[in-house]
Design a binder for this molecule. Structure first.
Ligand SMILES: Cc1cc2nc3c(=O)[nH]c(=O)nc-3n(C[C@H](O)[C@H](O)[C@H](O)COP(=O)(O)OP(=O)(O)OC[C@H]3O[C@@H](n4cnc5c(N)ncnc54)[C@H](O)[C@@H]3O)c2cc1C
Length: 394
C-alpha cells in the first residue's frame, strides 16, 4: 500500500488531519487500533475554543455542532460558598466557547471522511513505524490476520500519549518536560439536565469540583481525588455527597442528580507533559502524542487540532512547491502555542486544586488569587483570553 501521509491514530488529531489534507487534495490513510464504535463513544473533552469551532465550520463539518453544540459566553468560579461569573465574551472581544463532546467531533469527522471515500483502517493491530529518516517511511500493521505495509512520504503520529510513534524516536533525540500532580479527576456522566447554564469551577477545602455538560440532558461532573484511588471505592452515594459539599453555596442553588452512566466514569491522573522537538525525520507528532495538559484549562483537544492546522499548512507547501521550510519549522511553530497552553492549564490547576500537605498559607494564597481574578477586569481578561483560545496567529 502507498499513500502520501500515513496517519497513526484516529482521535481528534488524526481524523481532523485526514479531513483537512483531503480538502487540499493530499491523500492519507488513517490507522486506528480501536473499533469505530469504540472511538465514537469514548467520552473525553467537551469544550471547543472559538478557533476550533471556526475551523470545523470553515472546513464543512460544523453543521451538527452548530445545531447541537451549546455556545457559552461565560464560566463561573465558585469559592467561599459564592459564585462569580467571568464574562468570557465581553472580555475576549466576543469570542466564546462551544460545548460539544469530543466523541461527537470524531463522529462527524469519521462520517465526512468515509463519505468522501477516505480510508480509515479500524482495528489495525501491532502498528509500528519504520525508516523515519528516509524519504519513504513505512508503517507496518496487521489487519484481519494479514501483515500489511504502508509506504508514505510523511508519517503523522497522532496516536495519543500511550501510542507507538513517540517511543519510536531514537533515545537522546527528545527532551521530555513533565510534571505529575498529587491528584486526579474522578469524572462521571449523569443522565440529568445541567444544574447551571454555564460551567462551574469550584474550589473547596475538600478539593476541586467541576460542573460541565454534554447536552441539555447530560451533565458531566468531576471531583479531585487521589491519583491511586480505586474507582470501586467510590459508590454513587459517596460521589454525590462529595459533589454536594464542594458545590454548596449560600443561596438556594441545587445540584441535579440522576443515574450515573457507566460510560465516562473513570479516574484520570493529572499530568503536564511535552517533548521537544515534535518531529524526527519524516515523523511529525501531533496532539497528545507530543503533549498532555491538565484538563483544567480545557485545552487538550483544541491543542491537538491547532497542531494539525500547522502541519496541514506545511504539507500543503511541501506538495505544492517541494519546499520544506514550514515542515522544518513545524515543531517550533507548534511549541509556542503548546507552552502557552501548558502555562494556562498549570495556572488554572494551581489556583483551583487542594495540594497534598496544603498549609493555610497556600490555601489563603489560592483564595486571594480567585478573589483577584473575579474582581479585577484585567486579571479576568487574561483568563478569558486564554480560555476561549488565543488566536491562531498569536
Ligand atoms: C481519559 C481521558 C480523559 C480526558 N478528559 C478530558 C476532559 O475532560 N477535558 C479535556 O479538555 N481534555 C480531556 N482529555 C484530553 C483530550 O481528550 C485529549 O487532549 C485529546 O483526546 C487529544 O487528541 P489526540 O487525537 O491527540 O489523542 P487521542 O484522543 O488520545 O487519540 C489517539 C488515537 O490513537 C489511537 N491509538 C493509540 N495507540 C495506537 C496505535 N499503536 N496504533 C493505532 N492507533 C493508536 C487511540 O485509540 C486514539 O483513537 C482527556 C484525555 C484522556 C486520556
Amino acid at each position: 500500500m502507498r499513500t502520501q501521509v500515513g496517519i497513526v491514530g484516529g482521535g481528534p488529531a488524526g481524523i481532523v488531519l485526514s479531513h483537512l489534507l483531503h480538502l487540499q487534495g493530499i491523500e492519507s490513510v488513517v490507522l486506528e487500533d480501536r473499533s469505530r464504535d469504540y472511538v465514537e463513544k469514548r467520552i473525553r473533552a467537551g469544550v471547543l475554543e472559538q478557533g476550533t469551532v471556526d475551523l470545523l465550520i470553515e472546513s464543512g463539518v460544523g453543521d451538527r455542532m452548530k445545531k447541537e453544540g451549546m455556545v457559552h459566553h461565560g464560566i463561573e468560579l465558585r469559592f467561599g460558598g459564592q459564585g462569580h461569573r467571568i464574562p468570557l465574551s465581553d472580555l475576549a472581544g466576543g469570542r466564546a466557547i462551544t460545548i460539544y463532546g469530543q466523541h461527537e467531533v470524531v463522529k462527524d469527522l469519521i462520517r465526512a471522511r468515509l463519505d468522501a471515500g477516505g480510508e480509515i483502517v479500524f482495528e489495525a493491530e501491532d502498528v509500528s513505524v519504520h525508516d523515519l529518516e528516509s524519504q519513504r517511511p513505512t508503517i507496518r500493521f496487521r489487519k484481519d490476520g494479514e501483515d500489511q505495509e504502508l509506504t508514505c512520504d510523511v508519517i503523522a503520529g497522532c496516536d495519543g500519549f500511550h501510542g507507538v510513534c513517540r517511543p519510536s524516536i531514537p533515545d537522546g533525540v527528545l527532551t521530555v518536560y513533565e510534571r505529575k500532580y498529587p491528584f486526579a479527576w474522578l469524572g462521571i456522566l449523569v443522565e440529568a439536565p445541567p444544574s447551571s447554564e454555564e460551567l462551574i469551577y469550584s474550589y473547596h477545602e475538600h478539593g476541586f469540583a467541576l460542573h460541565s455538560m454534554r447536552s441539555p440532558e447530560l451533565t458531566r461532573l468531576y471531583i479531585q481525588c487521589d491519583p491511586d484511588e480505586d474507582i470501586g471505592d467510590w459508590s454513587d452515594e459517596r460521589i454525590w455527597k462529595e459533589l454536594h459539599t464542594r458545590f454548596a453555596t449560600e443561596d438556594d442553588w441545587t445540584l441535579n442528580e440522576g443515574p450515573i452512566l457507566e460510560t465516562g466514569k473513570g479516574i484520570t491522573p493529572m499530568r503536564s507533559f511535552l517533548v521537544e522537538p515534535m518531529q524526527y525525520g519524516r515523523l511529525f507528532l501531533a496532539g497528545d502524542a507530543a503533549h498532555v495538559v491538565t484538563p483544567t484549562g480545557a485545552k487538550g483537544m483544541n491543542l491537538a487540532i491547532a497542531d494539525v492546522r500547522v502541519l496541514v499548512r506545511a504539507l500543503g507547501e511541501f506538495y505544492e512547491s517541494g519546499r520544506t521550510d514550514l515542515l522544518d519549522r513545524y515543531s517550533e511553530t507548534c511549541l509556542r502555542r503548546v507552552w502557552f497552553a501548558q502555562r494556562f492549564s498549570w495556572w488554572m490547576t494551581s489556583m483551583l486544586h487542594r495540594f497534598d500537605g496544603d498549609n493555610d498559607f497556600q490555601h489563603r494564597l489560592q483564595l486571594t488569587e480567585l478573589d483577584y481574578v473575579t474582581s479585577s477586569r484585567v486579571a479576568a481578561t487574561t483568563l478569558a483570553e486564554n480560555y476561549v483560545g488565543l488566536p491562531m496567529d498569536f
